[in-house]
Ligand binder design. Structure first.
Ligand code: UDP
Length: 327
């Protein structure tokens, strides 16, 4: 069965491709390599290109009998989205529409979409359920929620069935050490802490120590990238079998503070490094923890990796990354 993975050379996309490939699916990766890595796109056929290229999409859909499309190509930096919203609405919304329209043209009606906990904005209740109010507070979160709404309308109008996964804090790497998190610039907590451990940066800065949490720092729900990948396989199976549109939170259901994560990295790497406490980063909710019961119940998904596993696998990858394997 052929699965088109748009953005399959990126962090989460490549882990999903590896697992799809292991499960016997035939993977076709479409990626413009703007943020992805050519060497990550090795678990199927690689087609360089953009989801906004209608002609290329026609060729792909005509040539391959695509059973479903998974869509991971998006810009993901919250701060940048505030400064340059056009970039976010153009790529994350407008280009996604081109892809969806091409699917409809070629009678492909199964779609798996990467959404985000950012659709909830500043949540009122923790843990967060899927039906909690959606109040995204930045263009990144809004762009993801717009696509979610478009997908609901496309189901009603065109019978396009989709699964939207709202990721909490994706982290960790495949045990092989072949693929992992490699953003440029990096803004995510765990790779930045690992950079500090490796001496690639002078310190790790904690953004805010006056939150109403147990140690004053933000609490996040870290979920291993292979747990996310596994959820995509389950979501695909569900879509193929049940043919129903739905959305699911993907988080471990556990919260750890920024300070706890830093301490855990020190313990696992056995390296001490400088920690600086600075002011809050605008727009950070104190708590983001998923209620993951829906994915557990409907998809029989069970996250398997602990925070220790996340940091250990991320550490293995992170050291490898600086071995010249990728940028
Ligand atoms: N954070 C931090 N220092 C950093 C990067 C992140 O203190 O250098 C904090 C950030 O304020 C948030 C948490 O770590 O509370 C997770 O941030 P990240 O950007 O990794 O993910 P987000 O929760 O924004 O999706």
């Amino acid at each position: 069965m052929n699965i088109l993975v748009a953005g399959g050379a990126g962090y989460i996309g490549s882990h999903v491709c590896k697992m799809l490939n292991e499960k016997g699916y035939n993977v076709i990766v479409l990626d413009n390599l703007s943020n992805g890595h050519r060497e990550f796109a090795k678990y199927g056929k690689f087609i360089p290109g953009d989801i906004s290229d209608k002609k290329l999409l026609d060729i792909i859909f005509e040539h391959y009998n695509i059973a479903a499309v998974m869509h991971f190509c998006a810009y993901i930096e919250v701060g940048e989205s505030v400064i340059n919203p056009y970039k976010y609405y153009e790529n994350n919304v407008s280009n996604t529409l081109v892809l969806l329209n091409s699917m409809l043209k070629h009678n492909v009606n199964k779609f798996i979409f990467s959404s985000t906990a950012a659709v909830y904005g500043m949540p009122e209740k923790i843990p967060i359920k899927e039906d909690a109010p959606k109040n995204p507070i930045n263009p990144y979160g809004k762009s993801k929620y717009m696509v979610e709404e478009i997908l609901d309308d496309f189901d009603k109008a065109y019978n396009l069935k989709s699964i939207r996964f709202r990721y909490f804090n994706a982290a960790g790497a495949d045990e092989s050490g072949e693929i992992g998190e490699a953003h440029n610039p990096e803004t995510h907590l765990i790779p930045l802490i690992l950079d500090a451990a490796l001496g690639k940066r002078e310190s790790i800065k904690i953004f805010g120590t006056d939150y109403e949490t147990k140690d004053g720092t933000c609490i996040r729900d870290f979920v291993h990238v292979n747990d996310l990948a596994n959820a995509h396989i389950k979501g695909l199976e569900y879509l193929l079998k049940e043919n129903k549109t739905d959305c699911f939170n993907l988080g471990s259901g556990n919260g750890y503070s920024v300070r706890e994560v830093i301490e855990k990295v020190k313990e696992i790497t056995n390296i001490d490094f400088k920690v600086e406490e600075i002011e809050r980063r605008p727009g950070d909710p104190a708590y983001l923890i998923a209620d993951n019961q829906k994915a557990k119940k409907i998809l029989s998904w069970e996250p398997k990796y602990s925070l220790d596993d996340i940091i250990k696998t991320a550490w293995t990858w992170h050291k490898e990354r600086y071995n010249g394997r990728t940028r």
